[in-house]
Design a protein around this ligand. Structure first.
Ligand SMILES: [Zn+2]
Length: 324
């Protein structure tokens, strides 16, 4: 019988929990609304884990350990979520120990994007033994990511390695929520892509675009609408999409310069555009990338979708002893 682990993915809207085998297959899963305030949210995380175990017709004693993927900043070593932009009222919450005690199982805490990266590395796009150096970039409300170097997840000295969304791509750009100027996520996140389209429509009221009708009908424009309209040939939508893809390609070139990995995978809301994202990023990558030697880094789409964080958290719980 394969060993089983629980992965819990704490999101701003939903908490997902799953029982995952040691090879990364999901046995059962459960999802509950996140709620608010640390006490309620942690209770719901525990409930989601218990529900996933029940769904799989298992007992908690059938589970080896529990991995928790949470937005940060956090300390994986101390098991504490320091605070969270998406979870108001959180301040130094000892999530790992609260869950470990309630479920009577060892638990491990990791940043959600790093967990997703580990999930894709172990059971998704990078699940190939030839791939040892791997980067994931997640393109959602913000931009996040994770780096695996020689099979190990890189945390950095203060758990802030791979804050890819906050790599500066324009030092004269606008101020980011983090306090720096011109961070990647101001140019290449799903939410910012929609906002930039709305900005272009607002500053040029006479410019025709099929997106304008959406805006006038009260539809909020996100990256999905931008991609759809760009695919249909709308010039403004294409300009917006192209700009986001170019900045992403810039990040990919820099990633290749820093780490020279075998693979870089794109995930999150914007990756829902599939090849329309991938091909455009690759096109700009080819233009921006150096010509000195061939770059072997393959740029691909992630494959696990919304389950990456959960699967990765479970894999981290599995590998926690080797990792530390
Ligand atoms: Zn920033």
């Amino acid at each position: 019988m394969e060993k089983r682990y629980i992965g819990i993915d704490l999101g701003g809207t939903n908490i997902k929990a799953g029982v995952v085998t040691e090879t990364g297959s999901i046995v059962s899963k459960a999802s509950v609304a996140t709620g608010s305030g640390p006490h309620q949210v942690v209770e719901r995380m525990i409930h989601a884990a218990q529900q996933a175990v029940a769904e799989g017709h298992l007992q908690m004693r059938d589970i080896e350990s529990v991995g928790i993927a949470s937005p940060g900043p956090l300390s994986s070593e101390q098991g504490i979520v320091i605070r969270s932009a998406n979870l108001p009222g959180w301040h130094n919450v000892p999530v790992r120990d609260m869950i470990s005690q309630a479920l009577n199982r060892p638990a491990f805490l990791e940043n959600d994007a790093k967990s997703a990266a580990y999930g894709e590395f172990t059971a998704g796009a990078g699940a190939d033994e030839k791939i040892t150096n791997f980067i994931l970039i997640t393109l959602g409300t913000g931009v996040g990511g994770g780096i695996i170097y020689h099979g190990r997840l890189i945390r950095g000295v203060s758990d802030s390695a791979a804050e890819i969304g906050h790599m500066i791509v324009n030092p004269d750009g606008e101020v980011c929520g983090c306090g720096q100027r011109g961070c990647l996520e101001l140019y290449a996140s799903a939410s910012r892509t929609g906002k930039y389209a709305q900005h272009l429509l607002a500053i040029a009221p006479s410019r025709s675009s099929s997106l304008r009708a959406l805006l006038e009908a009260g539809v909020s424009i996100g990256s999905r609408e931008v991609a759809e309209h760009a695919k249909m040939g709308d010039e403004l939508a294409d300009e917006v999409w192209d700009r986001a893809c170019r900045y992403l390609a810039l990040a990919c070139v820099n990633a290749a310069r820093w780490l020279d990995p075998q693979m870089l995978a794109l995930a999150g809301g914007m990756a829902g555009a599939g090849d329309f994202l991938l091909e455009r990023v690759k096109k700009h990558f080819a233009t921006l990338n150096w010509k000195m030697t061939e770059t072997k880094m393959e740029i691909v789409l992630a494959t696990l979708g919304n389950d990456a964080g959960m699967i990765g958290a479970a894999a981290l719980a599995r590998d926690a002893h080797q990792q530390r």
